[in-house]
Ligand binder design. Sequence first.
Ligand code: ITT
Length: 197
Amino acid sequence: MKILFITGNKNKVDEANDILSKLGYRVEQFLLDGQTPNFIEPQSSSIAEVSEFKIQQALELISGTTLENHALLVEDSGLFIESLNGFPGVYSSYVSETIGNQGIIDILANKSNRNAEFRAYSILYKDGKYYHGLGICSGRISFQIKGLNGFGFDPIFIPKSGDGRTFAEMNEEEKESKSHRGESLKIICEEINHPSK
Ligand code: ITT
């Protein structure tokens, strides 16, 4: 079954496809006339709320079109740094594009607490039903940028359940088995296969 992922971030699509293809789904980026639709992101401190907003806009957009019966996926994610009270959180995309990974390392230079977590809140809309999944991956911010794989904050994030390498030093499968995205999508698949109500 095909799932259309509404996101401007192609890396998210590739990762979701790697994870969900093992469960029999094919994930493709949602494009309208060859373009990613430009959604308004609400001012909200909650990734769940941002995801809700994204899915509602997407449903309005495809209402009455040939895409109406497709399964749709949205995700809002971010990096939450403990000593910065959860910043950048919902502002992760902006921070990644502006100060970047070195900027985060610089901000944390005098902080002894380097704990952080990645969070992803995904919503899948399929056959008139919504499936929600929150995935959290705990870890810490590295002292140096390391590794070439992945995207975004991967070169500065060391997951707790790993061996000290950053996500960017891991291959796709290793990241997937630990990541916030992997967890959020697995929760959704579990709910599809074994509905609780
Ligand atoms: P869409 O909103 O269009 O889906 P986006 O990239 O702007 O794409 P978000 O608003 O969810 O996505 O922002 C999440 C940001 O957090 C993203 O741009 C990355 O910088 C970072 N991020 C999220 N998941 C990540 C991951 O697995 N590895 C590294 N960085 C990640």
